[in-house]
Design a protein around this ligand. Structure first.
Ligand SMILES: Nc1nc(=O)c2c([nH]1)NC[C@@H]1CN(c3ccc(C(=O)N[C@@H](CCC(=O)O)C(=O)O)cc3)C=[N+]21
Length: 288
């Protein structure tokens, strides 16, 4: 039997429609959620994502400002821009597209963003609050994965979730979110010995490796749920994930495609975070 498709495109559409309705409600109070996207350099993949984010904002009735700079921008200049956006009342979310050129310290930049506008969920305050289960903007990709699991009725409680990858933006936080939902979590990474030994025990496998079609049927347990966070190019230059989607069909119970899986969810969650930031701002003004 073929695995069931986890349709990130369809679920993200549904979430975006809900966001749109809430944006319309806010508009009646004279508030338009505003996202500022800062892009340094001209990396074509980054430019594509950024344009996609802008398009989605506009489709949902939100404001989106793109601030594009040459890759010679200094750290000081970028920090000045962030200060300006932090104090701009029309901006509810700030996203600095990563990676940044090497003369700029990413940590300094992320910590300069006001946690109240940290819709990426990358600020140490957001990360800390997430870790202890307090209210925080959740990082968009892990949050999108949790939404996908919930949508398909996949409850992590008591399951063994194996995460391959330990980045601050995907691997580490998705492990934490799964743990909060009572999964038993194992982290694997580039130094893990005998990876297949771990992945073969996974009820839920999160692949965030960065190697095209690396995970095939030989890595997985029958009935496993496979979430593919990979964004690679295959030998023909076509976008593909870390999972060999065709090869795992007979073994997995659910699998996300690339494209059309986790990627569209990332953007939908960014929209939701930006909306929530605007809603929180309104609640505060009402209190004052
Ligand atoms: N500060 C920051 N925040 C980010 O969230 C962030 C970032 N930097 N840097 C780059 C990565 C990458 N990322 C993606 C978002 C959507 C798709 C997406 O929509 N993908 C589509 C296909 C896109 C295509 O066809 O090229 C899909 O998977 O179906 C992909 C990748 C966000 N990132």
């Amino acid at each position: 039997m073929a695995a069931k498709l986890i349709d990130g495109k369809a679920v993200s559409q549904k979430i975006k429609m809900q966001v749109k309705t809430r944006v319309e409600k806010l508009a009646q109070q004279g508030i338009v959620p505003g996202l500022a996207v800062v892009l340094v350099g001209e990396d074509s993949a980054s430019l594509t994502y950024v344009k996609n984010k802008k398009k989605t904002c506009e489709a949902l009735g939100m404001r989106s400002d793109l601030h594009q700079f040459p890759d010679t921008l200094t750290e000081q200049e970028l920090l000045a821009k962030i200060d300006e956006l932090n104090s701009d009342p029309g901006i509810h979310g700030i996203l600095v597209q990563l990676p940044l050129p090497q003369q700029i310290d990413e940590f300094k930049v992320i910590t300069a963003i006001s946690p109240e506008k940290d819709v990426d969920g990358f600020h140490p305050i957001s990360v800390g609050n997430m870790m202890i289960g307090k209210d925080a903007f959740l990082p968009c990709t892990p949050h999108g994965i949790m939404e996908l699991l919930a949508h398909y009725g996949i409850d992590p409680a008591g399951k063994h979730a194996v995460v391959i990858g330990r980045s601050n933006i995907v691997g580490k936080p998705i492990g934490q979110l799964l743990l909060q939902k009572d999964a038993t979590v194992t982290y694997c990474h580039s130094k893990t010995k005998d990876l297949a030994n771990f992945t073969a025990q996974a009820d839920i496998l999160i692949a965030a490796i960065g190697r095209a079609k690396f995970i095939d049927r030989t890595f997985i347990k029958p009935g496993a749920v496979i979430i593919d966070v990979g964004m690679n190019r295959d030998e023909n230059g076509k976008l593909c994930g870390d999972v060999d989607f065709e090869d795992v069909q007979e073994t997995a119970s659910f699998v996300t495609p690339v494209p059309g899986g986790v990627g569209p969810m990332t953007i939908a969650m960014l929209m939701e975070n930006t909306l929530e930031s605007a809603e929180k701002g309104l609640a505060k003004t009402k209190q004052a």
